[in-house]
Write a protein of this length. Structure first.
Length: 265
């Protein structure tokens, strides 16, 4: 899953693809590099980010969805708003990727259930302005699994079929760096939930100490090698998808995993 941020303030590439034509061109480039899905988002969810208005988000994403749908892309709309999800589906999206798991908008589950779209439900405890204050767990793996399991149950009760539901442990969302690493160490707990698993580690701040030399953390744009290494771990764990900014490096990493798995024993 290649990331297309149509935002002025995303943590890794905010503003680079804000214009629709630039975002469409970038999406086509990611497809050429091997992306299976393009995840288009018009709201930054970095810690402390302010929310755009509904109209701002619609204006950002709908033209990009339309343009990339014409290119034949499988499109995921990254939104917490049911109205944006509905408009994106009408424009050609086939997946709704909601970092709130449907909690931020109580009409989201019903909206997706009425469509034929898949739904990705991420583990979430609150909006960006205060989510890191919520990174308190008795046992981060058990607690996140329990909350995700309950969210999946509620979404299915609202009408989303089990075979259209994907779950995401939400690395970086109400999680400390140490908690993110613990979740990655215990991926099997999430694959046992019975739903396909998406993981988004790409360029996140917990990778800032990987390959660090000196006191300065590694900048977001220079975390793609660390991201690719995480993608190897995810592929070996059998996850359904990896959400990344730099498709080329992760495709190379996944090709290595595939080559080893296909080699004669």
């Amino acid at each position: 899953m290649g990331v297309v941020n149509v935002t002025p303030d995303s943590f890794s590439d905010g503003g680079r693809w804000l214009e629709a034509d630039a975002a469409i061109e970038h999406g086509v480039e990611l497809l050429e590099q091997g992306a299976d899905i393009l995840d288009i988002g018009g709201e930054s969810t970095r810690p402390g980010a302010a929310r755009p208005s509904l109209q701002e988000e619609l204006d950002r994403v709908v033209p990009v969805v339309q343009g990339l749908a014409r290119e034949g892309a499988a499109i995921s709309i990254d939104t917490m708003r049911a109205a944006v999800a509905s408009a994106a589906i009408d424009a050609g999206a086939c997946i709704v990727n909601d970092v709130s798991g449907g909690l931020a908008d109580d009409t989201m589950a019903e909206t997706v259930a009425r469509s034929e779209a898949m739904f990705i439900a991420m583990h979430w405890r609150g909006h960006s302005h205060d989510m890191q204050s919520r990174a308190v767990y008795d046992d981060v793996v058990a607690d996140v699994c329990r909350e995700l399991r309950q969210r999946a149950h509620d979404l299915m009760a609202a009408g989303i079929p089990a075979d259209r539901l994907v779950v995401d442990p939400g690395l970086g969302f109400a999680k400390t760096a140490e908690q993110n690493w613990t979740l990655l160490r215990h991926l099997e707990a999430f694959t046992r939930l019975g739903h396909p698993l998406l993981v988004g580690a790409s360029r996140k701040s917990f990778l800032a100490r990987i390959a660090q030399r000196g006191e300065e953390p590694v900048p977001a744009a220079e975390r793609d090698l660390a991201t690719a290494a995480v993608s190897v771990v995810l592929a070996q764990a059998g996850v359904w998808g990896v959400r990344v900014h730099d498709v080329r490096s992760t495709m190379a990493a996944l090709d290595v995993v595939a080559a080893i798995e296909e080699a004669e024993s």
